[in-house]
Design a binder for this molecule. Structure first.
Ligand code: F6P
Length: 327
């Protein structure tokens, strides 16, 4: 078989581990993998090249994606979909393995509807793709953010400061909740819940009256999305709390540090599992599917699950966060 492979959307740790697994599994079966650069854009532009296990040597531990990535939806570009279909024919492909978040997988779903045989694998540090428990890259981002919050906490404590840390998550609080709980954040501001700055400032004030001399507030970048936008969520919450509490306040924006660097072991395992599961799906003709992954197992679910939109943070996890923070 000839399999087209691409990574689309924002990068994350573990993409190379997934690429390695796909290529190894394909070679074991005598298949050929054509790697396309820059996601669906590379497919539309015919930017494909054969990938062998020699190309994947040493990849397991590395960050980023050797295939590069881009935010590109074929149907948002004139002739984009036709160009993808033409590449599929010209390259004599039998299937695509598509590694992406909701945007890239949403584009895959449309192409599957046009008869393109493909299997999806979910990746994003936002962990919000519907149909799977775990997305490649999330665990590493949680570990990175939690470690950064730990560091912010000790400097905040030394200076008796209110420390605000903004983490990624445009529409979803998965990363903020998990990193916040793991690092012992004192308060959380999430896209899932309205933020009342007056109430939060009072709660932090009470914490300090009770003896605390510093606090850490973790903010998802999508927090305050119910309020008119003027600056980033981190800036607005940091300024708002400084004004209301009178505490010396500092803001740290973690940014793309959360997406870069090597994957931790659990992401390497997840990405390896997903890559192999995707290839086994291809071999058994189980197309138009998504590899749905939990800690150590995978199963296939219909790809149209991605059309459900972002997977919400479970209420039970929000309850844990509420018990452990002030609000
Ligand atoms: O990968 C998802 C995500 O990390 C979001 O949480 C964030 O808003 C976005 O990517 C930023 O990505 P970029 O800077 O590449 O547009």
């Amino acid at each position: 078989m000839r399999i087209g492979l691409l990574t689309g959307g924002g990068d994350c740790p573990g993409l190379n581990a997934a690429i390695r697994a796909v290529v190894k599994c394909a070679e074991n079966a005598g298949d050929e993998v054509v790697g396309f650069h820059h996601g669906w854009r590379g497919v539309a532009e015919g930017e494909g090249a054969t990938l062998t296990t020699a190309d994947t040597k040493g990849l397991l531990q590395t960050g980023g994606t050797i295939l590069r990535t881009a935010l590109y939806h074929p149907d948002a570009h004139e002739g984009g979909t036709e160009a993808v279909l033409a590449t599929f024919e010209r390259e004599c492909l039998d299937a695509f393995v598509v590694i992406g978040g909701d945007g890239t997988l949403g584009a895959a779903l449309k192409l599957a509807g046009l008869g393109v045989p493909l299997v999806g694998v979910a990746k994003t540090i936002d962990n919000d793709v519907s149909g799977t428990q775990r997305c490649i890259g999330f665990d590493t981002a949680v570990a990175t953010a939690a470690e950064a919050i730990d560091r912010v906490q000790t400097t905040g404590e030394s200076h008796d400061r209110l420390m605000v840390v903004e983490v990624m998550g445009r529409t979803s609080g998965w990363l903020a909740v998990c990193a916040g709980i793991a690092a012992g954040a004192d308060a959380l501001c999430l896209p899932e819940e309205p933020v009342d700055l007056d109430q939060l400032a009072k709660a932090i004030g009470r914490r300090h009256e009770a003896g605390s001399t510093s606090s850490v507030v973790v903010v998802a970048e999508g927090a305050l999305r119910d309020q008119p936008k003027e600056g980033s969520a981190g800036t607005r919450i940091s300024n708002g709390l400084a004004e209301r509490t009178g505490f010396e306040t500092r803001l740290t924006v973690l940014g793309h540090i959360q997406r870069g660097g090597p994957p931790i072991a659990s992401d390497r395992l997840l990405a390896s599992n997903c890559g192999i599961a995707a290839m086994h799906a291809v071999h058994s003709g189980a197309f138009n599917t998504l590899v749905s992954a939990s800690d150590t197992t995978t199963e296939l679910v219909p790809l149209n699950v991605v059309a459900l939109g972002p997977r919400p943070v479970p209420p039970a996890l929000l309850t844990v966060a509420r018990e452990l923070t002030v609000h």
